[in-house]
Design a protein around this ligand. Structure first.
Ligand SMILES: Cc1ncc(COP(=O)(O)O)c(C=O)c1O
Length: 360
């Protein structure tokens, strides 16, 4: 079996996969309520939030769509540092949510002062930020951005933490994030098909001011929030119960590992990968803001990347090509989810061997 070092989906532990074969229950029974309540409580611990947790039978993009539709009263400011920041903007445009795009050069971060300058115009009541831009391997400085956001208490702050939550510390309440979104198939190491977010009191107040026809239906976060709070963690439509079993089990495993240990493991693997990259190639982008969960390696030796990926796969390891414009110019090694130091070292040794083959 090929080991995945791609930025999602990540490998799922066999005992978590086994949860998928458990028998069905009625999603309206107390058993389902208890399952969903336990999941919410454990996610609150991981996200370090007292706010409501919303689960969604969709990938992360669904909740991103829900966030901009449900919480933009007048106009959104979208700060992009790559393909997934651009996605926030596409979601606004395709849902007729008024928005402006503030795009940084690839490899750069969103600067807190640029957010401040945009918000000082008074034009925006919602801000979208990508925490960990999977396409460039750059992570935005959430603490610096949080300091700016505090100066604008009426503005709703949405963070795409799809490829970092569960792998890096994101203290949602301390930072003041209103909607923090992630997908199951990345650092949480679960099968795809499930997304989740925190939903703050401020986000709820904002969504209450958005007309219901603009909020849509399936991804109306206000409606999900109302259901969850009033019906004790029940959802308006049938939830993916099998995935919830897996999530429930995996959250216990994550908490048993310990959050600090888990975040430290991700950083340790990132550092190993960076060391490899600096020795053999280079790392793309702003060296002071490198991602803890995926490293974007600059292909300075102009190696044939598809061949590199193919040869490495034959040795049992899968990595990813660069994304979009960065395809072949870079390639990406993910270190998220379940991966251990030994697995990382073994894979990097194989990667060195494959690079040597291709350079000769
Ligand atoms: C940073 C980031 N945001 C959003 C997404 C989209 O998530 P999903 O595929 O779960 O909709 C991805 C997927 O790779 C991502 O890496």
């Amino acid at each position: 079996m090929v080991k995945l070092f791609i930025p999602g989906p990540t490998d799922v532990a066999p005992e978590v996969l086994a949860q998928l074969s458990r028998p069905m229950i009625s999603h309206r029974d107390t058993e389902a309520t208890e399952l969903q309540s336990r999941i919410s409580r454990n996610l609150q611990k991981i996200m370090q939030t007292e706010e409501t947790i919303l689960l969604s039978g969709s990938s992360g993009t669904g909740l991103m769509e829900g966030a901009v539709r449900s919480c933009t009263r007048h106009r959104a400011a979208v700060f992009s540092i790559g393909a997934f920041g651009q996605r926030w903007f596409e979601l606004c445009k395709s849902n007729a949510v008024p928005a402006d795009l503030f795009a940084a050069e690839l490899g750069e971060i969103t600067r807190a002062e640029d957010i401040a300058a945009a918000l000082e115009t008074g034009k925006y009541d919602l801000v979208c930020v990508t925490h960990n831009e999977t396409s460039t391997g750059i992570a935005n400085p959430l603490a610096e951005i949080a300091a700016v956001m505090r100066r604008f208490p009426e503005v709703v702050w949405c963070v795409d933490a799809v490829s970092s939550l569960g792998g890096e510390d994101i203290p949602v309440d301390e930072l003041g994030i209103d909607v923090c979104i992630t997908s199951a198939q990345k650092c949480l190491a679960l099968p795809p098909g499930l997304a989740l977010c925190s939903f703050s009191e401020k986000a709820r107040r904002a969504a209450n001011e958005v007309p219901s026809e603009r909020r849509g239906l399936y991804f109306d976060l206000l409606n999900l929030d109302r259901f969850v709070r009033e019906k004790k963690c029940q959802y308006p439509s049938t939830p993916p119960l099998s995935l919830y079993y897996a999530l429930d089990h995996q959250l216990e495993r994550i908490l048993a590992e310990g959050l600090e240990a888990r975040f430290a493991r991700h950083l340790e693997l990132a550092e190993l990968t960076r060391e490899w990259a600096r020795k053999h190639m280079a790392i793309f982008g702003d060296q002071d803001h490198l991602s803890h969960t995926v490293t974007c390696i600059d292909n300075v030796h102009n190696i044939d990347v598809p061949q590199l990926i193919k040869n490495l796969e034959q040795r049992g390891y899968l990595i990813s090509n660069g994304y979009g414009q960065l395809k072949n110019r870079t390639f990406r090694v993910a270190h998220m989810g379940e991966r251990s130091r030994t697995e990382m070292e073994t894979m990097l040794a194989e990667l060195s061997a494959v690079c040597m083959e291709l350079r000769h």
